[in-house]
Design a protein around this ligand. Structure first.
Ligand code: SAM
Length: 311
């Protein structure tokens, strides 16, 4: 999920939400306009957070076809990772590489990179992209089907990347296992980079349970209009945000809308909690940033980027 666009969308429609909340409450409804308006107007009751059928464990199998489309505007992290890779050195390992959104530009920039992921559908999209590259680029990339919480590879890496929000798929215990494995795959001078939404924002319940328009896009292969919406609520005690994503695909010339609904949990850890895990794994925090422009981390910045080395 692109938190920035969610935040922007929420801000733009804030007035509408307040007004509709008031009117809907007066009328005794939980929502007051049909879904096709695609405004964040629907408030889900906490007791019924899932309105539609969900497919949690298979999420990426269901949404791999939309992944690149909905992340096409996300470029700044690529620039950040390429800069880091250039200063740290090859080879690179990306855990949770998905469709190869980071791997491909890194390989094009001359880096040797291995991508590991446990979703067959995401890896299939990545393979398809790699096949379209020049032989020189293809030769720099290796894909592995595996679990980032338990892996053993022969090579040692100059840089290990856990890119855009991937770490949040893991529970605290899984994060510990993942970082322990990662630590044993680093060269002595190697670095690990983590990129997650700012946990302070993740923990903020103020916009919970609204249906939010995340983005619209046109699928180039079909010409279909794709609308992505989401609703989420936070369990602060468990440090988990429960998210429902909705993708509606509608034919350009009219016809039935095809809806895909997936649920997932994003687990967030605060900086000091991650530092404790680093310590227990023999890792140490070298740098922390609040965005891809390397600005300082603070409570209200959009991201939390950590660069970690061996202690
Ligand atoms: C948010 S996507 C990020 C993909 C890519 N890194 C990017 O930045 O576009 C998270 C990826 O992590 C993968 N993933 C989640 N849990 C995993 C696990 N335990 N082992 C390996 N991959 C995992 C998912 O299949 C998915 O491709």
């Amino acid at each position: 999920m692109n938190k920035d666009s969610v935040a922007t969308s929420r801000r733009l429609t804030n007035v509408i939400i307040v007004d509709l909340r008031h009117r809907a409450a007066e009328a005794g409804f939980w929502y007051s306009l049909p879904f096709f308006t695609y405004r964040p107007i629907l408030r889900l009751k906490p007791s019924q957070p899932q309105l539609w059928q969900s497919t949690k464990s298979e999420m990426y199998e269901d949404i791999s076809k939309y992944y690149d489309l909905i992340h096409q505007g996300l470029r700044d992290d690529i620039v950040f990772v390429i800069k880091l890779a250039t200063s740290v050195g090859d080879p690179i390992l990306e855990l949770g590489c998905g469709t190869g959104r980071l791997i491909l530009p890194l390989a094009r920039a001359g880096h040797e990179i291995t991508g590991l992921d446990n979703s067959a559908a995401m890896l299939e999209v990545a393979r398809h992209h790699i096949e379209a590259e020049r032989a020189k680029v293809r030769q720099r990339i290796r894909l592995i089907s595996g679990d980032m919480t338990s892996f053993q590879l022969e090579e040692r890496y100059g840089l290990i990347v856990i890119g855009h929000n991937t770490l949040m798929h893991l529970t605290r215990q899984q994060v510990e296992s993942c970082l322990y494995c990662a630590r044993h795959h680093l060269k002595p001078t190697g670095q690990l980079m983590l990129d997650v939404d700012n946990p302070v924002m993740m923990a903020d319940p103020s916009d919970d349970e609204f249906l939010v328009l995340e983005r619209t896009a046109v699928e180039s292969a079909t010409g279909n209009n794709i609308v992505q919406m989401s609703s989420s609520w936070v369990d602060q005690q468990a440090q988990t945000r429960h998210i429902t994503w909705i993708f509606d695909s509608s034919p350009r010339d009219g016809g039935s809308i095809r809806r895909t609904v997936v649920n997932t949990d994003f687990h967030y850890l605060f900086a000091h909690q991650l530092e404790m895990i680093f310590d227990s794994c023999g890792l140490v925090l070298k740098d922390i940033f609040g965005d891809y422009d390397a600005s300082p981390y603070s409570e209200d910045c959009p991201r939390m980027l950590m660069v970690v080395g061996l202690s």
